[in-house]
Design a protein around this ligand. Structure first.
Ligand SMILES: NC(=O)c1ccc[n+]([C@@H]2O[C@H](COP(=O)([O-])OP(=O)(O)OC[C@H]3O[C@@H](n4cnc5c(N)ncnc54)[C@H](OP(=O)(O)O)[C@@H]3O)[C@@H](O)[C@H]2O)c1
Length: 314
């Protein structure tokens, strides 16, 4: 049973999700946290991962280390997306098993579900149809991670849980225009419009694709909630259960960053829309007693303030 003294290893602690998990664990009074930077421990290196876990023997592992990005990088760097993610997962999950570590949470993604599946997406829709082409390398790696956890649970009686978060954003996000996810990319674009006093915002695709987002602190909250709580099956969706079009997000962000300006929205139809609609069914997580707490507007405000702080523009 996990308690405040348990040794918890957070893989990927410098990232968006890993850093939020650490913030939340510390706030809740967990004291025995361990982490290593990529420089100290490249999780693609099987030998080093096994020896690290053998030496440190954590009671619990959060796997928040992964190769992550938006549509552009998922499509362009698909070899790295499949190789890095498979390697990181295989090394951590198998070494955890070899070291007798019974409990871990593996973070998957809503990208694992078929491109055209029924909405909202239930956990049971996994592997029922074709994946979105632009990120299928990443999705296949994540599906392999889920199946690995499931298989070890069945054969070795481990307690490896997989949480499937929707698009996540918040403090410590990535704002590089080509590698970031749509929401931080929008924040950066609108911020740049403001700086350069421009009056036109260009969106990728036709702006009609619908997306759900979750504030990273709510995802971290779910990670810790389900670290302690058992659930049937291996996979659980984590989101808000609500979606908006890219155009609606753009308007919300314009209102936040440039409230007094009249900005024309243009659409770059040469760029892909990605999956037409993606909203998770979170009834199962609700049934176990978890729900997200942060309102979208508040989450965008906090994220933008963090963006300004990190970019030293306040
Ligand atoms: N962000 C989202 O919208 C989203 C949505 C759904 C699911 N998820 C899942 O949530 C998890 C965390 O995502 P995130 O957004 O927090 O990603 P992130 O900000 O890019 O963080 C990933 C972390 O993994 C580390 N990492 C990558 N390769 C590594 C390696 N070979 N060895 C050691 N560390 C390595 C990175 O270290 P460096 O910084 O040193 O490279 C980084 O700290 C991932 O599994 C992702 O699939 C994210």
């Amino acid at each position: 049973m996990i308690n405040l003294k348990s040794k918890i290893y957070i893989a990927g602690h410098k990232g968006l999700v890993g850093s939020a998990i650490i913030r939340k664990l510390k706030k809740k009074g967990y004291k025995n946290l361990i982490f290593r930077s990529k420089k100290q421990l490249d999780l693609k290196n099987q030998k080093k991962v096994l020896s690290f876990l053998k030496r440190n023997k954590p009671d619990f592992i959060f796997i928040a280390a992964a190769k992550v990005g938006g549509i552009y990088s998922n499509d362009k760097y698909r070899a790295e997306f499949i190789f890095d993610n498979l390697s990181i997962q295989i090394n951590l999950i198998h070494s955890a098993y070899l070291c007798g570590i019974k409990d871990l949470i593996f973070l998957g993604s809503s990208c694992v579900y078929p491109r055209n599946c029924k909405q909202p997406i239930k956990e049971s829709y996994l592997l029922t149809g074709e994946l979105e082409k632009t990120n299928d390398a990443y999705a296949i790696a994540k599906i392999a991670g889920i199946k690995m956890c499931e298989s070890y649970n069945i054969q070795y009686k481990t307690n490896y849980k997989c949480l499937m978060p929707t698009n996540t954003f918040g403090p410590n996000d990535h704002y590089n225009a080509l590698n970031s996810h749509f929401l931080p990319a929008l924040i950066k674009k609108v911020h740049d419009l403001k700086l350069n006093n421009k009056k036109e915002l260009t969106l990728w695709g036709n702006g009609l694709a619908k997306r759900e987002v979750i504030y990273v602190d709510d995802l971290a909250d779910a990670c810790i909630f389900f670290m302690k709580k058992s659930f049937s099956g291996t996979t659980l969706n984590i989101g808000t259960g609500k979606d908006f079009s890219i155009k609606q997000y753009a308007k919300k962000i314009l209102n936040k960053i440039m409230p007094k300006n009249k900005i024309k929205i243009k659409y770059d139809l040469s760029k892909p829309n990605g999956t037409p609609r993606k909203v998770l069914d979170i009834k199962l997580a609700n049934k176990y007693g978890w729900k997200p707490k942060t309102k979208l507007d508040e989450a965008i405000t906090k994220t933008y303030l963090n963006f300004l702080e990190n970019n030293k523009v306040v």
